[in-house]
Design a protein around this ligand. Structure first.
Ligand code: RAT
Ligand code: ZN
Length: 420
């Protein structure tokens, strides 16, 4: 159907974004059969590390005392300070409200115990079904760390994820803390040596391949500091060059780099204590240029890096640009970054991932982002319609399917997942 009026256009865009099932390409969620690794419910929502950082700005409690509280007591404290004593307008606070509302909860009572009881009716499986339906998500990519003892045990026991959940092999301990983790590799039967050489390359590569067989990951991933350099004289650089990149190419599994995080700026805050800084894009440019047959997926944490990343994306088709990561996942910044990407890279990106750590967060992360993606798409379509270009609604549906689903699977060469 050809689109003739701006009202029609607005309705078609809104509907297309609303209806499109999403592949969420980076989360910290787990398949429901991964036991306690899947976090869900009100207390988890309220103790999300984004809110721990925020509550400490109002709280009189020393952080050490806060950490000694039970999870429910921490949630009560956060509810009291951030929702009752002050209006919950921050993005992380608003996210809790959108999530509870989306779950069908009436917020007027402000009664946390009543909200807890509503959640108590669900087990992990029924809650996954309900939340994926409400959020409009049909594929979830997890973050899977073979160095995490609990998670490792689950994989080693042969547990396979629910088919809607896909693995991503996360390699932070290997790449960012090799010296501290080398002994673990040894204990697991990988004969890495103290001095870097052929045998260590072989053994780390064997470790990667074993976990690829076990997890069947869609990509390998790492988060990196702002001063990440490549190539350089470091274990990280050697592992990337001699192990990750050859395995990534050989197995056709992209290497995802999430760049710009400064870990533990305030260590007392634990997972809430990380920050960010600008990075140089030269290491990425070097990789894209030097390894044209390797596929790279990248997102940067700093707002200042976004423009350079778009420009680099224009130069290299082996670079997949994705998401508004962590501190960028806030409406003002999503709007700016998404608009810039559409203007410089067209619709060849995945504009967002949720980074959800709590299952229920899928509801708010996607509701908020979809509103912004819709708004910017509408603006861009209006601009081209003004030139006399004619759009058909099937073209809009195609574009939206690309953004929220197909671009990712296409980059991975998984043609069976691409929606026609
Ligand atoms: O966004 C977050 O929740 C962060 O804590 C990190 O997990 C980050 O997304 C990462 O993947 O390292
Ligand atoms: Zn993450």
């Amino acid at each position: 159907m050809e689109i003739n009026t701006s009202e029609q256009l607005a309705a078609v865009v809104k509907n297309a974004v609303q209806q499109q099932k999403i592949t969420d390409m980076h989360t910290h969620l787990f398949s429901p059969n991964f036991d306690s690794l899947l976090h869900r419910g009100v207390d988890e929502l309220l103790t999300y590390h984004y809110l721990v950082a925020e509550v400490m700005r109002w709280s009189d409690l020393p952080i050490e005392i806060f950490w000694q509280l039970t999870k429910s007591a921490q949630a009560d404290h956060i509810w009291q300070k951030l929702f009752i004593e002050h209006s919950p307008v921050s993005e992380a606070c608003r996210g809790v409200l959108t999530t509870l509302q989306g779950f069908g909860i009436d917020l007027r009572s402000r009664d946390l115990d009543a909200f807890r009881q509503i959640y108590a009716q669900y087990d992990a499986y029924s809650q996954v079904d309900k939340v994926l339906e409400l959020a409009g998500v049909d594929h979830v990519v997890m973050t899977n760390d073979p160095f995490d003892e609990e998670e490792r045990g689950i994989w080693l026991s042969g547990t396979k994820p629910d088919p809607r959940f896909h693995a991503a092999l996360r390699l932070d301990p290997l790449l960012n803390d090799y010296a501290a983790n080398k002994d673990k590799l040894h204990a697991w039967g990988y004969q890495v040596e103290d001095v870097w050489g052929e045998q260590t390359v072989r053994e780390i590569s064997r470790f990667l391949q074993d976990w690829i067989v076990r997890m069947n990951p869609l990509y390998m991933a790492v988060s990196l500091p702002p001063d990440f350099a490549f190539p350089e004289d470091s274990d990280r650089s050697r592992i990337i060059e001699h192990c990750i990149l050859p395995v990534s190419r050989g197995k056709s599994i992209p290497f995802a780099m999430m760049i710009g995080v400064t870990r533990a700026v305030n260590p007392a805050l634990r997972s809430a204590g990380d920050s960010l800084d600008k990075a140089s894009l030269e290491p990425l440019a070097y990789m894209l240029r030097t390894y044209p047959h390797n596929k790279f997926m990248t997102t940067y944490l700093s707002r200042e890096n976004q423009h350079e990343l778009c420009v680099l994306g224009r130069k290299f088709r082996n670079l997949f640009v994705f998401g508004c990561w962590w501190f960028l996942n806030s409406p003002a910044l999503i709007e700016e970054v998404t608009r810039m990407r559409f203007e410089l890279l067209g619709l060849s990106v995945t504009p967002q991932h949720s980074d959800a750590r709590v299952l229920d967060q899928l509801i708010y992360k996607w509701k908020h982002s979809k509103e912004i993606i819709s708004m910017i798409l509408l603006e861009k379509y209006k601009d081209i319609l003004r030139t006399g270009w004619v759009l058909d609604c099937t073209e809009i549906e195609r574009d939206v399917a690309d953004l929220l689903h197909n671009n990712f699977w296409r980059f991975l060469d998984k043609s069976d997942r691409i929606l026609s």
